[in-house]
Design a protein around this ligand. Structure first.
Ligand SMILES: C[S@@+](CC[C@H](N)C(=O)[O-])C[C@H]1O[C@@H](n2cnc3c(N)ncnc32)[C@H](O)[C@@H]1O
Length: 515
């Protein structure tokens, strides 16, 4: 036989053992009563997002393999029930058997052990239990998933990006909702909990569907789940809301792909196919929220790149774009999922990622895409990129307001004159003087909170008064009247000035439509 013309890609040092997957075969056998008792115990003992946030604050923003041992050590010294449950369910720690039994009850402990969800493990003083996978509090829900370092077949539960996306969703969700690439079901369960008429999750991995169904039962919410490629399992249906966090990590050659993590050599293979299909799957007036990290090629603009993937020219696209994590931080984080022992293979994988990132010649962007199919025909679709520092502190109201602002921006004068505008609730209006002399010339500016969907800017004194006039008026038309009186002109003379200022204010985030 001929020798291969190219050597096989370097597959790197052998991988050490990875944590076990959740055994999905016996999930159906866990009685409803045990699941209800588990959820009740978590609520009673305060094992919720707050407890987890408190534990996370012990060592934030560091790869899991590094901070895990430190968090476990810190929590082992804590006596509160919620921290014992955090150790057991979120931090892979063995907790003494009698403590677990006291917290969950003997029957629930037994049922979880019978299903293989708890396994015996030596604890510091005798026998203990350790969870298989993780049970994570998420927006008032509990979500059982695999550990992120459990290998190719791991099913992802709610992580930091899932949390960020959840905040950008409306507080009340109506209509038909689809969670694409649902993993352990986080977005579909959340939509059902927030009021969706029908919540559906789809995932390429049948294991994900099994875990998502289990989680629906655990949280007593009604949601449907199906296995298949992207939108194929729901072909022919149209949704009011679609949510997705596709796998977006680049896959260096030889590393071996992980379904929940990798999106091909550029990381965008699944994202591109998803965006291309959204037009058909959104109902009129429907909206999609897609969160992803991207590597934007040098010289390319984000909104042209994304618009090209979207295909359908009739869809509005508003992208919130924050700087992504640097290449070394991403390399360390993803390599540590490949080799959680941080051994020889970890070092090899870091080098593979770094080489791969360098070859991309691109910059990292963390993005939330809001795609909307208008309910009524619009003259031109919107394509807007809003630079933000991050998504912390943003919520669904900000996204609604942003879309409403974009609508008004493109509307005819008569529509804008009827609208009422308000100053952004994220702004601080600043007056500065170089001397403590009230007669000294002042500089005016508006500064936004970190992460606001707007950028700081200088203002003239008269712009500040005009912004205040618009903020106080019941409509832009009324502001035209008031401004005319203020400057001693006729409304017809100042109308264009006020409209131009209003549009500029909407475009820059200074002004928002009154809700
Ligand atoms: C990054 S995880 C997101 C999980 C969950 N939605 C969340 O945000 O926590 C990506 C998910 O997409 C799924 N996936 C990957 N390729 C897919 C495809 N072609 N069709 C459907 N799902 C896919 C993976 O199995 C994984 O569950």
């Amino acid at each position: 036989m001929d020798a291969p013309r190219h050597p096989a890609p370097d597959a790197g040092p052998a991988r050490g053992p990875r944590p076990p997957l959740v055994p999905i075969e016996r999930l159906d056998a866990v009685p409803d009563a045990a699941l209800a008792a588990l959820a009740a115990a978590a609520a009673r003992h305060g094992f919720d997002s707050e407890a987890l946030a408190e534990a996370e604050r012990l060592l934030p923003a560091m790869a899991e393999a590094m901070r895990g041992p430190a968090i476990r050590a810190a929590l082992a010294a804590r006596t509160e029930p919620r921290m014992a449950l955090a150790r057991l369910f979120a931090y892979d720690d063995a907790v003494p058997a009698e403590r677990v039994q006291a917290l969950l009850g003997a029957e629930t402990t037994g049922a979880l052990a019978a299903a293989g969800l708890l396994e015996p493990a030596p604890a510091p003083r005798g026998a203990g239990w350790r969870a298989r996978g993780r049970l994570m509090p998420f927006e008032g829900l509990l979500v059982w998933s695999d550990r992120p370092d459990a290998g190719d077949a791991a099913v992802m539960g709610p992580g930091a990006t899932t949390q960020g996306a959840a905040r950008l969703l409306p507080a009340r969700i109506a209509g038909d909702v689809l969670d694409v690439g649902c993993g352990a079901g986080s977005f579909a369960l959340l939509a059902a909990r927030r009021g969706a008429r029908r919540a559906t999750g789809v995932d390429i991995a049948p294991r994900a569907v099994a875990l998502a169904r289990f989680n629906a039962r655990l949280n007593r919410v009604t949601a449907e789940f199906a296995a298949g490629d992207l939108l194929a399992p729901v072909a022919g249906r149209a949704f009011d809301l679609i949510v997705a966090q596709p796998p977006y990590v680049v896959e260096p050659e030889g590393l071996g792909g992980v379904t929940y993590l990798h999106g091909g050599a550029r990381g965008d293979a699944v994202l591109r196919r998803l965006l291309a299909g959204l037009g058909r799957a959104l109902a009129p007036g429907g909206r999609a929220l897609v969160v992803a990290d991207l590597w934007l090629p040098r010289g390319a603009t984000l909104h042209e790149t994304l618009r090209a993937h979207l295909g359908d020219p009739a869809l509005d696209l508003v992208t919130l774009a924050a700087p992504g994590l640097s290449a070394p931080i991403q390399a360390a984080a993803y390599a540590s999922l490949d080799d959680p022992s941080l051994g020889e293979r970890y070092a090899w994988a870091v080098a593979r990622y770094l080489e791969h990132f360098a070859a991309l010649d691109a910059q990292p962007v963390h993005a939330a895409l809001v795609v909307r199919r208008r309910a009524h025909a619009a003259p031109e679709a919107l394509t807007v990129t809003v630079p933000v520092a991050g998504f912390a502190g943003r919520d669904g109201r900000d996204v609604d307001q942003l879309l409403a602002a974009m609508d008004l921006l493109g509307a005819p004068d008569a529509t804008l004159l009827r609208a009422a505008l308000r100053a952004s609730r994220h702004a601080t209006w600043v007056e500065e003087r170089r001397a403590p002399d009230p007669a000294a010339e002042a500089r005016y500016s508006v500064r936004f909170e970190r992460g606001a969907l707007a950028r700081d800017r200088e203002l003239s004194g008269s712009s500040l008064v005009l912004a205040a006039t618009l903020d106080a008026a019941p409509s832009v038309a009324a502001a035209v009247e008031r401004w005319a009186a203020e400057v001693g002109a006729s409304p017809a003379e100042v109308r264009d000035e006020v409209l131009a200022f209003a549009r500029d204010g909407l475009a820059s985030g200074l002004l928002v439509p009154a809700s």
